[in-house]
Design a protein around this ligand. Structure first.
Ligand code: SF4
Length: 257
């Protein structure tokens, strides 16, 4: 029996570009630490702190405490950033604004039963392969809704997320829920996208995961998987394979346009 573990975030990478996903899975390349990641992680750290306190029976956390957590995270982790897309000062301001918005608008209506909740769930066995989905849910709320915190530079198109977002399928399937809310914090402005996933949608997601398996089984012999050029991801800004001077990066260099 061969066990294959799929991480939700890797499924997204695979669907964007199989070759990039192959190189990441084999650890031939890795994503650079960016200021975007730093911003998201700092806000996550503050919300996680609030959620754990609440689960521990303390709900008297103040907004200033959460801003302190975010500021400290930024100060301690900024040296790891390899690619700065905006200034450190901007990141601090945006994180403070996002934490404040979360505290004022969401903290009063939320009550967690799980924070940064990891899961590992079998998708069954087919043709000698045991397929397992793994991931970490930001917030499992007592109301039955899963929440996920996003800190992009602008709000999302809600219809796109509702129609094809993978993460909401993965988490509602794994944790047996029906609703997944994206809390999108952009420059202190909150957008909530409510996504409902039916049993039929979850079954379709399981089949999507199994559709990746035949390709995954070739990973030890394949010298490449299909390349997918059509999208923002295929650029020196976003693709670690390109950045490493391989695939399109080998021919087009770091400043192609
Ligand atoms: S350069 Fe483009 S096609 Fe090649 S691995 Fe990266 S995203 Fe895929």
């Amino acid at each position: 029996m061969q066990e294959i573990k799929l991480r939700q975030s890797w499924i997204n990478n695979f669907l964007r570009c199989p070759e990039q996903a192959r190189q990441e899975r084999l650890e031939l390349v890795s994503q650079k630490e960016t200021s975007d990641l730093l911003r998201g992680n700092a806000v996550h750290a503050a919300i996680e702190y609030a959620g754990l306190l609440r689960m521990g029976g303390q709900d008297v956390v103040t907004c200033d405490e959460l801003i302190d957590i975010s500021d400290t995270y930024l100060a301690e982790s900024s040296n790891d950033v390899e690619v700065w897309r905006e200034s450190y000062e901007n990141i601090v301001d945006v994180c403070r604004a996002n934490v404040t918005t979360w505290y004022n608008e969401l903290n009063p209506i939320l009550d967690p039963v799980g924070v940064e909740q990891t899961f590992s769930k079998s998708m069954g066995v087919r043709h000698g392969v045991q397929l397992t989905l793994t991931g970490t849910a930001d917030w499992n709320d007592k109301s039955g809704v899963l929440w996920d915190w996003k800190n992009p530079s602008r709000h999302y198109a809600a219809w796109e997320k509702k129609r094809w977002d993978i993460q909401s399928h993965a988490y509602t399937w794994a944790l047996e829920k029906e609703q997944f809310n994206l809390a999108v914090l952009a420059k202190g402005e909150l957008q909530v996208i409510e996504i409902h996933r039916s049993e039929a949608q979850k079954k379709a997601f399981v089949e999507l995961c199994w559709s990746i398996v035949p390709t995954l089984l070739t990973i030890d012999e394949a010298t490449t998987w299909p390349q997918r050029w059509d999208g923002w991801h295929c650029s020196p800004k976003w693709c670690p394979v390109w950045q490493a001077g391989k695939c399109r990066g080998e021919h087009l260099g770091q400043n192609p346009w």
